[in-house]
Design a protein. Structure first.
Length: 227
């Protein structure tokens, strides 16, 4: 199978300037995701999509292929799906068509090849069209959501509130952690998105998605302790 790993990496970053190539426990942030993808036994092409020449050089040094991203797809408001589509179209022009497309975000450096291959094996062996990593957000808790107007909405039928002994009747809730999304190409071709119409969750311990400097520091400490 042609399993394509795409790592979208922009040069601009509002929260942490030059975040994607900032040193993290001795390596640029993007290097962790490149290495995880290259170490995967199932991904056989790893591509970094970037408009930034310095990021491109760093990515090549760590073994990834690089496809130049147009500036119009490197804006703050740019969605991820069109970035994936641009990479796939470039590869198709060179006679490479993937069977599965894997989105790996560089901001999740704690995700490794074990998670990647575990999720891909489940997708390959299933009738689902896509899979993504998510963590267990609640153990049958009666959750409420605060709306934009300040009102509150229950995420369960509170008129049928279960007794403490019956909390198993409330559905568990999972939250995407952003570490991995994979979709079969025929599904991607139809909807041009990285979550299909029949997705499967791959439960994981929560991977920190680096957005702020505090996240960066937490992950760096965890990596140093792991070493």
């Amino acid at each position: 199978m042609n399993i394509l790993g795409i790592i979208p990496v922009r040069g601009g970053s509002k929260g942490i300037p030059r975040k994607n190539i900032r040193p993290l426990a001795g390596k640029p942030l993007v290097a962790y995701t490149i290495e995880a993808a290259l170490n995967s036994k199932l991904i056989n092409k790893v591509v970094v999509s970037t408009e930034d020449s310095e990021i491109a050089d760093v990515s090549k040094n760590f073994g990834a292929e690089v496809i130049k991203r147009p500036e119009n797809l490197a804006q703050d408001e740019t969605k991820t799906a069109p970035v994936l589509l641009q990479v796939i179209n470039e590869l198709k022009a060179n006679d490479y068509v993937p069977d599965i497309v894997v989105l790996l975000q560089a901001t999740c450096p704690m995700r490794d090849e074990i998670v990647i291959d575990g999720a891909l094996k489940e997708l390959i062996c299933s009738e689902n069209d896509s899979i993504f990593t998510a963590f267990w957000a609640t153990k049958a808790m009666p959750l409420w959501r605060k709306n934009h107007d300040g009102s509150m909405s229950a995420l369960y039928d509170y008129h049928l509130r279960p007794r403490r002994q019956e909390k198993h009747l409330i559905e568990d809730v999972y939250c995407e952690d952003g570490a991995l999304y994979a979709i079969k190409y025929n599904a991607f071709e139809n909807i041009h998105d990285f979550i299909g119409n029949n997705p499967k969750i791959y439960p994981v311990e929560r991977h920190i998605d680096i957005d702020e400097l505090e996240d960066f520091q937490k992950v760096e400490q965890a990596l140093l302790e792991k070493k």
